[in-house]
Design a protein around this ligand. Structure first.
Ligand code: FMN
Length: 202
């Protein structure tokens, strides 16, 4: 686990058209067929270049986080193990993202994603946490989470209060809902990646 494969535009377009997302024994796959990106508020050209490579497909087992997502925030998250976190390109900016996700090849749901150190909690390890817009009502530990990171919402930051953090994530969720209804983003829900039986990262 942990290899990163970059799929350039022509190949990614072909893969999406032919309903095949190439995966070469990896947990991450890039495709950059979405050309238009909203302003990110991030200045570096490296960052813009990195974000222009989205969407990014990744998969891995769901592991335990600190459990604050469901207990304190009322916004449960599915956490990737450290090896998946480390396999993400270092230049992928920390912050909130939106996209699609499924568990064990099940239905694909809208999601928001946090990549970073959660400055509000001063975490020591970087984490990648997915909040799916679906009520699972059960433990997902040990199951395989597949995500398609479609776009960037905002940089991560600290907050004065728990309420402000919750409000920011709720705003991310509302923004994600609308963006994922746009045709070019909605079609990624149908990517064969989500239903392929063989999970190369396992
Ligand atoms: C969409 C989204 C955005 C987030 N943005 C921030 C942020 O800006 N700052 C921060 O400290 N934590 C942020 N978080 C992370 C939450 O603090 C984190 O999900 C919570 O600490 C639960 O983590 P745990 O499940 O490991 O306990 C965000 C989480 C999500 C899902």
């Amino acid at each position: 686990m942990g290899k990163v494969i970059v799929i350039f535009d022509k190949l990614a377009r072909y893969a999406l058209r032919s309903q095949r997302i190439p995966q070469i024994n990896c947990s991450l796959t890039w495709g950059n067929h979405i050309k238009r990106h909203r302003s990110t508020g991030l200045e570096s050209s490296d960052t813009r270049e990195m974000l222009s490579q989205l969407p990014l497909f990744a998969s891995g087992e769901i592991v335990k986080g600190f459990g604050r997502g469901s207990k304190e925030l009322g916004i449960p998250t599915a956490n990737f193990p450290l090896e998946v976190v480390k396999s993400l390109p270092e230049s992928l900016p920390t912050g909130a993202y939106y996209g699609w996700a499924n568990v064990d090849n099940g239905p694909v749901y809208k999601m928001v994603l946090s990549v970073g150190w959660n400055p509000f909690y001063s975490n020591k390890e970087k984490s990648v946490e997915t909040h799916m817009l679906h009520n699972f009502n059960c433990d997902l530990y040990g199951q395989i989470l597949k995500i398609c990171i479609v776009g960037f919402l905002r940089p991560e930051r600290s907050f004065d209060s728990l309420e402000s953090l919750i409000a920011a994530i709720r705003a991310d969720i509302e923004q994600a809902k609308g963006l994922l209804d746009e045709a070019d983003k909605a079609k990624l829900k149908e990517a064969p990646f989500f239903t392929e039986k063989r999970c190369p990262s396992k």
